[in-house]
Design a binder for this molecule. Structure first.
Ligand code: NAD
Ligand code: UDP
Ligand code: UDP
Length: 344
């Protein structure tokens, strides 16, 4: 609490896709917001409309280093989330999850703050239980190309629960399933941004494998609502708790929906399936419904239409082919080569 009696919230990764929406919603609730980000995948542009707000502070900071600040609650969202980005510097990805968690938990311990971890459906790996419930331990390769992210996030969960048991920290662990919406980076290589940008630019839609793998897509506003509700629960509620949209679609169906909504004539092309790409993913959200009174409200087509609108405006406002001169990634490797430009 500041002397003004306002809740002070720290959002790590606050200049990223989800973090920027979270900062907005916390400001709307009257909080003071400290946004800490090293701008690896996030950009100032995502929060530029908040700069100058009397309760908003933007800080360049890498969570793998200690951070000293007086705060009431911490949302630990710092970590690249797209496979292309987290595989670009995998050692840094693990450090961000593990050292980042230790530093933020150390901070929470010192100032007695509540702390929420942005965990992920990736803790379930390529799941053999379907849909995924929170008590499923997962099926994760410990040394593949996705492991830096999956195992980093799993270790972060371990640290959260050990700080809770050992130091009585007030923790909240949110397992986020695939989330999309405005402010996804056009070149982050994730499927929704790739397909929309490809469709709008008349480029081929790149389906990895046969496009028969499934995902369940949650609109960003619903996800942020779930995160805020979890932070507001009584101290005994620690999670882990799944938040995602249980409507499961194949990647091919997603491509067809985006083609229809954009009216694009882009052809479908097939590319190799990346290693360890999970074949299916769908949350069981019984716990979120019962504990948080939460369920997604935005239907996939509604959310996609809003996201398409965002990318249309973004593409038409840029002078070059894309902001930073980036193209949507045709393959994971091609996109990884372009990633350093993101820091701009
Ligand atoms: P994003 O890449 O847009 O945002 C991540 C932010 O973290 C960026 O602003 C980036 O610059 C920052 N960051 C990265 N490493 C950092 C470090 N060492 N120090 C400080 N900042 C750092 O991704 P997003 O989709 O907004 O994801 C946010 C969080 O939610 C991540 O922790 C991610 O694992 C989690 N998550 C997201 C999804 C999803 O579908 N969007 C799904 C599951 C989990
Ligand atoms: N830490 C931090 N900010 C703080 C307090 C701690 O960043 O306000 C970091 C610090 O780097 C420390 C880590 O959190 O190494 C873990 O803190 P903890 O108190 O759990 O462990 P210790 O300080 O004993 O290593
Ligand atoms: N995918 C695809 N074409 C693309 C990008 C992704 O077919 O251009 C597939 C990818 O192989 C995966 C799914 O879409 O099966 C979701 O990929 P994303 O990177 O968005 O998230 P994650 O794999 O982490 O769920």
């Amino acid at each position: 609490m500041s002397i003004h009696d306002r809740t002070v919230s720290l959002v790590t990764g606050g200049a990223g896709f989800l973090g920027s929406h979270l900062c907005e919603q916390l400001l709307a609730r009257g909080h003071e917001v400290i946004c800490a980000d090293n701008f690896f995948t996030g950009t100032r542009r995502n929060v530029e409309h908040l700069i100058g707000h009397p309760r908003f502070e933007l800080m360049r900071h890498d969570v793998t280093f200690p951070l000293f600040a007086e705060v009431d609650e911490i949302y630990n969202f710092a970590c690249p989330a797209s496979p292309v980005h987290y595989q670009h510097d995998p050692v840094q990805t693990t450090k961000t999850s593990v050292h980042g968690a230790i530093n933020m938990l150390g901070l929470a311990k010192r100032v007695k703050a509540k702390i929420l971890q942005a965990s992920t459906s990736e803790v379930y790996g390529d799941p053999q239980v379907h849909p995924q419930r929170e008590d499923y331990w997962g099926h994760v390769n410990p040394n593949g190309i996705r492991s830096c992210y999956d195992e980093g996030k799993r270790c972060a969960e371990t640290l959260f629960f050990d700080y809770h048991r050992q130091h009585q920290l007030r923790i909240k662990v949110l397992r986020i399933f695939n989330t999309y919406g405005p402010r996804m980076h056009p070149n982050d290589g994730r499927v929704v941004s790739n397909f929309i940008v490809q469709a709008l630019q008349g480029q081929p839609i790149t389906l990895y494998g046969e496009g028969l793998q499934t995902r369940s897509f949650c609109y960003v506003d619903d996800l942020i609502d779930g995160a805020l509700r979890l932070m507001g629960t009584p101290d005994q509620v620690t999670g882990p708790i799944n938040v995602g949209n249980p409507v499961e679609v194949t990647i091919r169906e997603l491509a067809e929906t985006i083609l229809r909504l954009t009216g694009s004539a882009s052809p479908l092309v097939f590319r190799p399936l990346p290693q360890d790409d999970p074949m299916q993913r769908c949350p069981d959200i019984t716990k979120a419904r019962e504990t948080l009174g939460w369920a997604p409200r935005v239907q996939l087509e509604q959310g996609l239409a809003r996201t398409i609108d965002y990318f249309e405006r973004l593409l038409s406002s840029s002078t070059g082919p894309l902001p930073h001169g980036l193209q949507p990634s045709a393959t994971p490797v091609a996109a990884a080569i372009q990633t350093p430009a993101l820091a701009a």
